[in-house]
Design a protein around this ligand. Sequence first.
Ligand SMILES: Nc1ncnc2c1ncn2[C@@H]1O[C@H](COP(=O)(O)OP(=O)(O)OP(=O)(O)O)[C@@H](O)[C@H]1O
Length: 236
Amino acid sequence: MEALIDASQVHAWYGSSHILHGVDFRLGRGETVGLLGRNGMGKSTLIRTLLGHVKQRDGRISIAGRDLSRGKPYEAAKAGIAYVPEGRGIFPNLTVKENLVMAARRGVDGQADWTLERVLATFPRLTERMGNLGWQLSGGEQQMLSIGRALMTNPSAVILDEATEGLAPLIVAEIWRVIGDIRRSGLATLVVDRNYRMVMANSDRLVVMEKGRMVLEGQAQDLAHRPEALSRYLGV
Ligand SMILES: Nc1ncnc2c1ncn2[C@@H]1O[C@H](COP(=O)(O)OP(=O)(O)OP(=O)(O)O)[C@@H](O)[C@H]1O
């Protein structure tokens, strides 16, 4: 089956620092992939490179069948990839409703499954905060709004980079519940999170990075039975 994201031999640099060293990465349609690795191993850089945010790069990147090796972030978005970056990305001076409505569009194939109603049903907390401005929300609510905005674009895939970082346990549980809902809805998902157990429980496949290279890859179920492999790279 054609992959949504198909990348091979990806290199990336920040100035003279060579960060990614020939990474191969694939995200299938409807597949959930967990991207693991200790701090600073290149997970965010890989995501940002695949989506065209890191300009100093090399290798082949194809998204939904289009060659975006030299693509720009808006082209990745247009190809159906919604990105929820670390540290969110909402409009602080717009209300919750405005933030959601302005993100709304049809998907690449004209799909409009994620309506305002459905997003609000997914995040009951946002319904209660509809008239509040972005900056008035708690960190957890801002994260939910950020994910809600991604869903409003009716994407083919959602990329979540540390979506639960720094949030209270109850909110973290709520976000994992939503990640599960997104997965069951058939959207492809790429998840980066420090909690490898939750990543493992909510992914089809795991890939592990170390120092800018892919060092381990396998079905989540299989790797769950090989804790020594994960502990070697994650230090857990
Ligand atoms: N804008 C930048 N300029 C220069 N170096 C950077 C920049 N962003 C990241 N780096 C470096 O690139 C390497 C990979 O960082 P990256 O953020 O991709 O790692 P990560 O696996 O996502 O880890 P974390 O969970 O800490 O974000 C690190 O050595 C980091 O210091």
